[in-house]
Every structure is written in C-alpha cells, then in structure tokens.
Design a binder for this molecule. Structure first.
Ligand code: ATP
Ligand code: MN
Length: 482
C-alpha cells in the first residue's frame, strides 16, 4: 500500500481533501507540544515541505522521538486536510508511519541550521538534502532540459563527441592522461621512452577539453549540431570559476558567420534563462531571499545593485552590447581604474583580458552583458577565422556580470591554405589533425560555433558565487572526494 507514493510537490497543490495519501521523504524539522508532533517532510520534488501532523497518543512518545530528528527517512499514510496553521495550505494527518532510516541527532553532520558553504563542500554527500542545494540541483536540471529543448526546437542534432581523445592539439589547456599502463613499471622503447604502442589505444590519449573539433565534423554533414558533455582541464587554477571537470555546451553551425554566431549565443542564453525563470519560480525566490539575508551582513558598497530575479529579467530585456576587442581596450585604457593604476594587470592592445577587465566593462562601463569580437590572433586558438588585417581573428567572448567569460566562440577558418599556414606557424603536429584538415579539402564551408560552460550558466542563474556549489560533486585540484 505504501508503494503508491505521492509527490510532495503535487500534494501541496492538491485539493483532494479527506482522501488517503501516501508520502515518503526526509524529516527536515519537528515542532512538538505534549500532544502533537508537527513534522516538516521533504522528498526533493520541491523546495517546500509538507507538514505531517502526528498525534503522540496514537504513535507513542518513544516512536515519535525516533522519527522526529532531522535527516530521518519515513513513509507516511494519512489524510490530506486543509491546514489550520499559518504557513501552509494543506497538511497530512498521519494514521500510519513507517520508519525507514533513523538519523542520530548527535552525529548527523547536517543540522537544521545554516551551515557555511565551505563546510557543506566537505559534506557533499549530504548537502543535496539542504534547501539551498535542492534548489540549485533542480534549477541545474531545468537548465539542462532547456538546453536540449532549445536546440531540438531549432533543428539542431545532439552529437555525442568522444570523451577520450587522441589529439593533443585542441589547445585549451592542460589535459588528463588516459592510460592502462602500469605507472610504476611502464614498458619502455629501446631509447628509454614510455612505449605507448603497448598502451590500450596504441598511442597516448587524454580526456577531452572540448568537443569542438569533432563537432565541426558533424556540422559539415548535419548543418546544425550541438554537443553537451563533460570536459576536463588539468589547469591548476584555484578560482571560483574553474573546475577540473565541467560540462560544456557547444553548438556548431554550417553557413553561420560571426554575426549569426552572436545572434545564436544571445538568443540561446536568453531562452534558457527565461525557461528557468518560468519553471523554477519557488527555487529562485528561495535563493533570492537567501541572498538578501547574506547581503545584510555586507557593507553598502559591496551589496549587489540588483536582486537575483531583477538581474535575470534585466539580461532578458536588454540587447547585449557588441564591440570589438580593440574598442574595448580603448575604453579600458581610458578608464578610471587604468588611469589610477588600480588594475592588477595593466591593459594594452594584445593582452589577454583578465577577469578584472572583463568585469569592469560589464559591471561598470556598460552595465549589461557584453560580446567582444575580433581578438588578436596571438591570444586565440589556431582554428579561428583570420581577419583581413592579418592581426585579428573572428573570435567572440560573451561576458556576464559577476562571472566574466561565460561563452567563448568564433567563426572557424574554413580556408585550407590559411589554416595550414597557421598550424605550421604554431608548430602544431599536423599529422594528429589530418581528419580535421580533410573537412577543408572536401566540401569546406563557412561555419561558426561556441562553447558555453554549463556551470558558469548555473552560477549566474542561481546567484551563487563559487562554481563548486553548482555541481553535485566538484572536481578541483587536490579534491576528488565523493
Ligand atoms: P577562462 O579564460 O575563463 O579560463 P577559457 O578561455 O579557457 O576560459 P574556453 O576554452 O573558451 O574557456 O571554453 C569555453 C567556455 O567553457 C568558457 O567560456 C567557460 O564558460 C567554460 N570554461 C572554461 N574553462 C572552464 C573551467 N575550468 N571550469 C568551468 N568552466 C570553464
Ligand atoms: Mn575562451
């Protein structure tokens, strides 16, 4: 009988009063008077709890003491009634309670109080049970669904690019090696090098840093594709915006130029943010209130100028500012922080913009998302289409408030000779890219695409400040617990 579980999210909306219901979940808190226990139960389907009313004379004090503790798992049968108390519309008058799992209040690490985000990272096996992480995980799911929905509705095909890659030419940072060789006693060649011919794939392989190169192969046949998969970077950057394992969304479109690429990026990002606002109202409202509480402890000048929902709405309602790298550097050079020597990294044409520069443009100068284009070719990847000036390439980075770069993309170099020359200049091993080069030799076409870091998007939508708090189990230097 208890298997006909009803979802708390549905019951909270239900008007089927006086019917029998069955719910299962984890106890959040319990209030008690000498006669009745009021148990707030949550099953993860919603941020809101269902109040279970348990008559102590029916269940006995001893049993109630066992089930009342935070974290306990129970199954409840009872009657759905209109709630007498303030704060909830419905409640369940329990007739039968089954105890699935006790939770010792002394040793259970997740107490019913506010814990720091740092502490919760140490208990990542339990933190999904908190309201904050429940909200984040539901929003994360909804965003992922919206990504697939957007692309499907717009005629894109989901292409599964490989996670293990044999090319080391992707050029987006350090890679993790994949091998089955014995690290203590690897087979050696005659001249003492590791003999990768004896490795699983017969050559060195790594975890991918991007699905783009293979994505391009798909676009040269299906016209519009996207990838959405895990990517790995072994860069030792201990920041609030970098993970060693993260999820990336990479559309690639035949016949698109840089302008089309910008239009796609803006339309896509606005769609998924709007979708989350439409479907995650309760969770976003909860996170917004949480931020308001947090802001109360901050000095006036450190408080954010907009509340979470206002910030999201603002991004949807305003066109992103579009300008070239060269124009941006001009603004930065003339800016107050540059004049006063307040940037940690000085600005001049040719530098790779640092997060402080990106955030100045977005948060201080334009006060909205910005798309920068036509970066110097020396700071961008080999595959970006070269501009006629010989100095810049058709790159585009989308910069967001509080985050900096959220998207990096470009129109790709489709001209064989130009691409070939560039690969030689950069001493990239040509033979590892023969398959990529062949797309430029047979039926080449103009095309463009970009990569959106999924966690940076979740960071923006949830208003969290550390990327480790928007993925269930973060992987960062020195940290692969859970
Ligand atoms: P950054 O300059 O911020 O390190 P990047 O230029 O190395 O980023 P790209 O190679 O352009 O990034 O990757 C595309 C997108 O993937 C970025 O715009 C960002 O949203 C995301 N991204 C890149 N590196 C990471 C990382 N280590 N953790 C999480 N997201 C990342
Ligand atoms: Mn980039």
């Amino acid at each position: 009988m208890l298997n006909q579980r009803q979802i708390i999210k549905d019951l909270l909306q239900s008007t089927a009063f006086d019917t029998e219901v069955h719910v299962k979940g984890w106890v959040q808190t319990t209030r008690m008077n000498p006669y009745i226990a009021f148990i707030a139960l949550n099953d993860g389907s919603t941020i809101n709890h269902l109040q279970i009313v348990a008559d102590i004379s029916i269940f006995g004090q001893e049993f109630i003491d066992k089930i009342k503790n935070t974290g306990t798992c129970i199954a409840v049968t009872g009657k759905l009634v209109e709630s007498q108390g303030a704060g909830q519309r419905v409640e369940v008058q329990a007739t039968q309670i089954e105890l699935y799992g006790e939770s010792d209040p002394v040793s259970y690490k997740l107490q019913a109080k506010r814990h720091s985000m740092e502490f919760m990272r140490e208990i990542a096996h339990l933190r999904p049970r908190t309201r904050t992480f429940g909200a984040i995980l539901r929003i994360r799911h909804t965003l992922a669904y919206a990504v697939h929905k957007y692309f499907n509705d717009n005629g894109f095909f989901y292409l599964h690019t490989p996670i293990i890659t044999g090319s080391d030419a992707e050029g987006a940072g350090e890679m993790f090696r994949v091998t089955t060789l014995d690290p203590v006693n690897p087979p050696l060649t005659e001249d003492g090098q590791v003999d990768y011919k004896q490795d699983f794939f017969g050559k060195p392989t790594n975890l991918t840093v991007s699905g783009q190169l293979e994505g391009e192969l798909g676009a040269m046949a299906l016209s519009k594709i996207y990838t959405f998969g895990p990517t790995f970077r072994a860069e030792n950057s201990n920041t609030t915006r970098h993970l060693a394992e993260f999820w990336m969304i990479e559309p690639e479109v035949a016949f698109n130029d840089l302008e089309d690429n910008m239009n796609l990026a803006e339309d896509f990002v606005k769609y998924v943010i709007g979708y989350a606002m439409e479907h995650c109202g309760d969770d976003l409202a909860f996170l917004e209130n949480r931020l308001i509480e947090e802001e109360k402890n901050k000095k006036q000048e450190e408080r954010s100028p907009m509340l979470l929902l206002e910030k999201l709405r603002f991004v949807l309602d305003n066109p992103f500012e579009r300008l070239t790298y060269t124009e941006a550097v001009d603004i930065l050079v003339k800016s107050k922080p540059a004049q006063k020597g307040q940037f940690k990294y000085p600005v001049s044409w040719g530098i790779d913009l640092q997060s402080e520069h990106e955030r100045y443009l977005v948060e201080k100068h334009f006060k909205k998302p910005v798309i920068l284009t036509n970066y110097p070719k020396d700071i961008k990847a080999f595959y970006m289409r070269q501009d006629d000036d010989g100095k810049t390439v058709r790159a585009m980075d989308v910069l967001f408030p509080g985050i900096g770069e959220i998207i990096g993309g470009s129109q790709r170099e489709e001209r064989y000779e130009k691409l070939h020359t560039r690969i030689k200049e950069l001493h990239i091993p040509e033979e590892s890219l023969w398959w990529y080069m062949e797309t430029r030799q047979y039926g080449t076409a103009p095309h463009a695409g970009f990569g959106l870091g999924f966690e940076r998007l979740v960071l923006f939508v949830t208003g969290m400040t550390n990327i480790r708090d928007v993925i269930p189990f973060p992987r960062t230097p020195q940290n692969a617990e859970f």
